[in-house]
Design a protein around this ligand. Structure first.
Ligand code: PAF
Length: 257
């Protein structure tokens, strides 16, 4: 597995791959089984699998959240190599946002609600970094987790609106056996908070926003939002606060309950 730190480096590494299928798994590191399911899907469909490792400062509005984001590059690289990744793109912040950077991409409507309302600028940061990753890597297929259903909806819109020549695959959310969706942020939960956090998948399982809100509030979990979102497929989406940790999750409203 080769690790590229610069745009020139990854472009050079990918030059011989232009006639074969390139898959990209964009991540912010702290790799877990959810990311591995994306890598496995990419491995099954693509000749070359690229994984990006970049904690994107532009999608964090809270500096405390950015600074506290789990980072362990050594372990991430070992996990990626073991999972069969061919190339890792792990740029610095100044490589992605050089001095004078001032070009932003905004998916105006889908990106403004839910997460966009509670984390202003979040999807502007996500859309911008993803478009930049797409132009650098030029993947045929990109792989994202359905846990971030709104991110998937934003990026599908971006790909359609800008006529990008790539396909997006959204893979099912990977959950612990007790139902908690895997997230890099779960690392921040204490053991009692981890128990409290289970109210989130339980609430979503009702597939009813009012019952779900009542369940979360009675469990003592802070609710940022719990709403039906008209994505494809429609989902019941929620963001909650357990202690100082913010968790998001969603369930499809098309599946059998
Ligand atoms: O889902 C994530 O980890 C990030 O939002 C992404 C897509 C890697 C962009 O920074």
């Amino acid at each position: 597995m080769r690790v590229c730190r610069t745009i020139t480096d990854i472009r050079t590494a990918l030059e011989p791959c232009r006639d074969i299928t390139v898959g990209l798994v964009p991540t912010m590191g702290a790799l877990h089984a959810g990311h591995l399911s994306l890598v496995a899907a990419a491995r099954a469909e693509c000749s070359v699998v690229v994984l990006s490792l970049f904690v994107n400062p532009a999608q964090f509005s809270d500096p405390g959240d950015l600074n506290g984001y789990p980072r362990d590059e050594k372990s991430d690289l070992a996990i990626a190599a073991e999972a069969g990744v061919d190339l890792v793109f792990a740029p610095s912040a100044s490589e992605m946002y050089p001095p004078g950077f001032q070009t932003w991409v905004e998916v105006t409507e889908i990106g403004a609600r839910l997460e966009g309302e509670h984390r202003p600028g979040h999807f502007r940061g996500v859309a911008t970094v993803c478009l930049k990753l797409f132009t650098i890597v030029r993947p045929d297929i990109v792989f994202f987790g359905q846990k971030d259903a709104q991110q998937v909806a934003v990026l599908r819109r971006l790909i359609a609106d800008l006529a990008l020549d790539l396909e997006l695959r959204a893979l099912p959310t990977v959950r612990d056996p007790d139902g908690l969706a895997l997230s890099s942020r779960n690392e921040r939960l204490s053991s009692s908070e981890r128990v409290l956090a289970l109210a989130l998948p339980r609430a979503l399982a009702t597939r009813d926003p009012e019952r779900a809100r009542a369940l979360l509030e009675s469990a003592g979990v802070g609710v940022d939002y719990i709403e039906i979102a008209p994505f494809d497929p429609p989902v019941l989406a929620a963001a909650v606060r357990v202690g100082t940790t913010r968790l998001i999750d969603n369930v499809s409203l098309e599946e059998d309950s």
